[in-house]
Design a protein around this ligand. Structure first.
Ligand SMILES: Cc1cc2nc3c(=O)[nH]c(=O)nc-3n(C[C@H](O)[C@H](O)[C@H](O)COP(=O)(O)O)c2cc1C
Length: 374
């Protein structure tokens, strides 16, 4: 199972774990794969604390950091985070603010305490730069990954000059080709069944097309992988590794309020939707009253990214912290992919990795048994 890309990185298993939780990063890297910390919700100071903790606990293992610099966004001309945030806050229409705020109060979601700025949002190059600078001070951080677009040329150069690899997510062939043309080292190719931002083409169709289109660049297959059979399928289609996001959300190490975990555990694969209602770009999440309300004709349309993200920032942090209050789950942000229907138990990341491996080996044996020995 050790692919060339694993060898290049020096990891045993081609299992890449996208997560916002430092404990998941450490657990998966220690189990032989590699954890990649999503930093979009962190300020540079907070990321420093998270990486300090990871560095203390991860031993000799390596990890990655993921940022979100969209290809195009409102306020791209702003050169400081302060100017960008001010412009975005002023551009949000009152009608949108009132609609969002009423939905939260109708659902009984408590207000966010004043002065608590534990959570932030960095959907832009000016904000992500400080995160990348921090990540590159860490010798064990071997890869930077970017969501939502090809990273700017100066970031690619900076990461390469620091001797690390840089990759990016792609949900469309043309995005993968743009990543290759920009000189990225690998592509995370995500089909539409995946959690978080997702395009329209399914993994079964997109992965092999991407493998062929960007060869010899390594592809990590993402979107819809939750067991070893799906890993075998991805590797059979030419992927050099698999990139899983949803699978870790209900692991023992993931930080989640019990009510959110329960929503995930009770959901079937038909209970997700691709919705623009939280970030402004289509992202897959659990369907609820919030996602349905923003899709109606008689309600405001979601704003473009990152405006909608700034508008719903309060909803995201409140519904995460107060997941079990009132009817919070009716309006909560619960991003997850269609594999949610396969996830029925809370297990440790280590057990999940072993299970993935065992299922992969069994599936491979079954395939090999189809070929008669000569
Ligand atoms: C809760 C959640 C949040 C995500 N946030 C990000 C993100 O900030 N950056 C990113 O590159 N990908 C993000 N993704 C997408 C994952 O990196 C990954 O591509 C996706 O989860 C793979 O599909 P799967 O959910 O079927 O495993 C997120 C996915 C989930 C489930």
């Amino acid at each position: 199972m050790q692919t060339d890309f694993c060898k290049e990185l020096g990891i045993e298993l081609p299992i890449f774990a996208f997560t916002h939780c430092r404990d998941v990063v450490v657990a998966v890297s220690k189990a032989g794969g590699i954890g990649v910390l999503g930093a979009v919700g962190f300020s540079a100071e907070r990321l420093k604390e998270e990486l300090d903790w990871i560095d203390e606990h991860i031993g000799d293992h390596i990890y990655g950091v993921d940022t979100a610099i969209p290809q195009k966004y409102e306020g791209m001309d702003k050169t400081t985070p302060e100017a960008l945030v001010k412009m975005l806050q002023e551009a949000i229409p009152d009608q949108h603010r009132e609609f969002a705020s009423k939905m939260l109060s109708d659902a009984g979601v408590p207000e966010w305490p004043e002065g608590d700025d534990e959570v932030t949002l960095s959907f832009s190059a000016v904000q992500a730069q400080a995160l990348i600078d921090e990540a590159l001070t860490r010798p064990n951080c071997r890869m930077i990954v970017n969501a939502l677009g090809t990273p700017p040329d100066d970031v690619i150069k900076q990461v390469h000059d620091a001797g690390r690899l840089i990759g990016a997510l792609a949900g469309r062939l043309k995005h993968g080709l743009a990543h290759k043309a920009a000189g990225l080292d690998f592509i995370v190719c995500q089909g539409s069944e995946g959690g978080g931002h997702a395009g329209e083409v399914t993994s079964m169709i997109l992965w092999p097309q991407m493998v062929d289109a960007v060869a010899p660049l390594p592809i990590l297959a993402a979107g819809g992988i939750g067991n070893g059979r799906q890993i075998l399928a991805a590797l059979a289609m030419g992927a050099q590794g698999v990139w899983l996001g949803s699978r870790w959300l209900v692991s023992e190490e993931a930080h989640a309020e019990p009510a959110q975990r329960e929503s995930y555990m009770n959901a079937t694969s038909e209970d997700t939707v691709r919705s623009r209602s939280f970030t402004g770009k289509t992202a897959r999440m659990l369907k609820n009253e919030w996602t349905e309300a923003w899709a109606r004709d008689d309600t405001p349309d979601p704003l473009p990214m990152p405006l909608q993200g700034y508008l719903t920032f309060d909803a995201v942090r409140r519904t995460s912290r107060y997941a079990g209050s009132g009817d919070c789950q009716k309006v909560a942000f619960n991003p997850i992919g269609q594999v949610v229907g396969q996830i029925n138990e809370v297990e440790s990341c280590r057990d999940i990795v072993f299970q993935l491996l065992n299922e992969y080996t069994d599936a491979l044996d079954n395939i090999n048994a189809l070929t008669p020995e000569t």
